[in-house]
Each structure stands twice: as C-alpha cells, then as structure tokens.
Write a protein that binds this ligand. Sequence first.
Ligand code: BDR
Ligand code: CA
Length: 381
Amino acid sequence: MAPQKIILDTDPGVDDVLAVLLALASPELETVAITITFGNTHAPVAYNNLLKIYASLAREVVHDAESLKRFPGLAAGNGGGKKTVLALGADGPVGGEKSVAAYFHGTDGLSNISETHPHFDPPQLPAEGAHEHLEMSKKHASEVILDQLRENEKGSVTIVALGPLSNLALALAADPETFSRVGQVVWMGGALDVPGNTSPVAEFNCFADPYAAHQVMDGVKRGLFRLVMAPLDITTPHTIHFDQLIHTADVNNENNNANGDATTPGKTAGRDGRELTPLREFTSAMLVRVRGLMQSFGLPDEMEMHDPVAVWYAIDNPAAVDVAQAEARGWKTVPRVFAVERTGELTRGMCVVDRRYVLLPLSSLPPFPEPSLILLPPPPE
Ligand code: BDR
Ligand code: CA
C-alpha cells in the first residue's frame, strides 16, 4: 500500500522532535510538508530546531549509511519522488496574547541545547543552495497547507497538528473550500476529563491559541472536515522510561559538549550496549533537562509522549479509515461535546465539556456552541 500522505504542523519542542522522528521512521507515512508554528518557542527558533533534527539525521547517515533504511521518510517523499516541503508559519496566536512554553522546553525549545551542545546547530546552507532532504518554501505555512490540499487527491492527506492550531486556522479562514479537501485532522491538544498542564484547566496547545482552536472546531461543526483529537486524557498515560530514551553517556553529564569523549559518537556504549550515535546524542542531550524537570515536579521517571501519540494514530489510521474501522484496529473513539474558552480570568484555553450530555439524551439539550468531536482513549496494550 502506498504510504499515507501527511502534513506535520509542529512547534519543536522536545516531544515534537520525537514525533517528527517517528513520522520519518514510519514506512506507512509520506511527509509531504512540515509546517512550523510558534508554541513551545518562537516560530523562527522552532524552524531552526526542525533543521537541527535533519542535521542530526544527516550526521547519523554519515556515521552509518544503513541508518537511512530506518528513516524512509528522509528519501524524497518516501517513494513519492518529491522532497518534503518546509515552511515557516504563525509566530503568534490568531487572537489573544502570545505565550510560549520556555519553562518546560527551554528558551530554545530544545532544553537549551543550543548553549550546551552548539555543534548540533544546522550547517549554514549556501545562498540559494538546496537542502539535501527538504524543499525550503518561502511561502507562509498556511499557504503551503492549502497548496498541498489542492495538489493532492481530495481526502488523501492527513494533517497531524502537534502545536497551537494557528496555521490551520489561517488556512481555513483563507480558503475553507480547499481546507475541506483534507482527509482528517489529527490534533494533539486539549484536556477534557483531566486537569490542564499549563493552567489548572488548560492544555498548552489549546491555551497558546484558543481562538485558533475555536475556529478549527467551528469548521468541524460546519461539517467541513473530520477532526480526531488526542488530548492529555490519552497522551499523558503514554510514557517511555527515560532509561530507554537517554544514552548513558548523557545521564550524569548535562553540560557535556562536542569535545568531551563521553559524547563523541561511536566511542561510548551505554549500559544496554547501544552505541552513542549522532542521533542518540542529540535526543539524549535534549531529554536530560526534561528528566530533571519531571523529577522536580515529583512525577515518574518517564517521558510523556504527547505528540508521538498523534503521529501513532496517523500511522495506524489513514484518512480513508472511518471510526468503525479505527475501532477494529484497536483505537476506540468517543464523540464529545465541548467548547473552547477563548478569554477568561482563569479559564483561557479550557475545553468546557457539556457534561449534561452524559445525563440527558443529546436531543433534549439546547444547542451547544461546539460539535461532537472524537477523543482517543488508549488502544489496548
Ligand atoms: C503539548 O504542548 C507542548 O508543550 C508539547 O509539545 C505538546 O504538543 C502538550 O501539552
Ligand atoms: Ca508540540
């Protein structure tokens, strides 16, 4: 089967990096475009972080040519013949004040590795020079989203949104008809029956641009497209122990740098015997600070896989798959009724769930401003 075409809209962001790597490592997916939004950090910084991911992958391939097989998404279009388009997008919300998640992701969005590991910086591209794996578009991310939806068969593209929905809201407002060609939108965002992670009631991506979330939900309500949501309810319980993610060489070495033997790729094997490769060095360096933060919050020694869960859903469920088929594949989906709070002294970005829905037949309720949406509970082990 031909890989499923996806547009990744992302704000790297530590867990975004893991999600991007998962997408590029998945033969089931063809990443036709990566569009960058502000969120965990400012959009130009997030753009540079995306280039850091590709630079680390390039170093990994130089280190071991076989690793190219592990990342089929690196090859032009994973069989589609075109390079992945990269575009910079919104550097602020479509409404309300801007807020970034530096407290968690560091000021550079990647645990401040630009200071601790400057050798991860992407090499400068020669003027007008082509990137080996990316087509660097000068267009705004929202235009690139619309271009891709126009160029590809109607219903064939999944948008996987891993940050605030600003780029999607701009694309939707500019051309709703073209936007409705999307097969499905899968969004990591919101918190329905659990507390928020940015305020007591709001999840970060929803908090950062609640106006955009509201506009996108409105598009769903108008029947323009299907949205599958992976809120904190499902993403927080999906964790991986830091021991499995961080190479031993970085465990006690938060401020290591390119000159230390401990971080020279190929020289050090971890406790599990795995070699320190350029890519493991990159991901380990980024995760060490997050591990410390989680410990300081008194949380388990595990990385919450928020954004990778959304990519995982897209891997398992191409756009053509309906809810019943997704269920047959182990993904239970539940329609939900809620509205996104745009302003509020305490409730910005809250998903206000209409809990009357569980007590009364839906038909007996007055209309609520938002449509039924889909929540993904955890698939079986
Ligand atoms: C979401 O917010 C960001 O900090 C993460 O990258 C993820 O997209 C989790 O609330
Ligand atoms: Ca994110």
